[in-house]
Design a protein around this ligand. Sequence first.
Ligand code: ATP
Ligand code: MG
Length: 263
Amino acid sequence: MELLKIENLTKIFGGLVAVDHLSFSVKKGQIYGIIGPNGAGKTTVFNCLTGIYKPEEGTVIWKGKDITNYPPDKIANLGIVRTFQTIRLFSDMCVAENIMSGRNQISKQHWYHGLIHTPFSKRDEKKNWLKVKEIMELMNLQDYATELTKNLPYGHQRRVEIARALATEPELIVLDEPAAGLNGHETLDLTNLIFKLRDMGFTILLIEHDMNLVMNVTDYITVVNFGEKICEGTPEIVQNDPAVIEAYLGKEDADDEGDEDEN
Ligand SMILES: Nc1ncnc2c1ncn2[C@@H]1O[C@H](COP(=O)(O)OP(=O)(O)OP(=O)(O)O)[C@@H](O)[C@H]1O
Ligand SMILES: [Mg+2]
């Protein structure tokens, strides 16, 4: 079953066509990769599909329904959640509170329930903390529950971000370069985690520059260059595609620095 379908997506900044009539679709249970050189438009696709940017053209279809231009909170409530290329956590909150902020994002509670402490709000709060505990155990973060996230090593902070995403009880988890800044050991942990999440029934859409990780975990890949799709297929097909090889090598010729710009 097609869970997410992007059709003819186009996003223009000033005169720059960041995403150019891009189409792809993600099936339920897939680990789907989006790759391409720096500045290819990958993050912009995520920003369009999570309601942060309005595309100039094209549609975002979720389970057969057109959700183009829905606001971010409505999209989160439908079951699409993302992490960011640059970690965005509440640095002065502890790990458990950060994960809880994901629960609050989808809470069905009305504001006045918190104010007057109805039985509903107490039950809901207890349920939410149990969920946070369960996620901390899954992500191996239980020993850091009361640590401020700013005091944690980078790799742990990345895990907290994914944990917060899980707290929204999503169906589709959209990860923007989750391995950025991770060491080899942490990247291996991430690989195992992605497989585990898929086994738990989540669908995963992944932007990643770490080619080992991408080729290892994904079922299917779309390659983007200058906002356009230049190839799609299994990791084997993509790896051997001349246009893909040229896009990457061409980039290296033009710019030898290992550039990692932040978004
Ligand atoms: N808010 C914005 N305003 C203007 N230009 C933007 C904006 N966001 C992105 N761009 C431009 O759109 C193009 C695509 O950027 P995007 O961040 O989507 O690339 P990317 O594929 O995610 O790159 P990277 O791998 O470096 O993260 C780039 O040229 C970028 O400078
Ligand atoms: Mg990006």
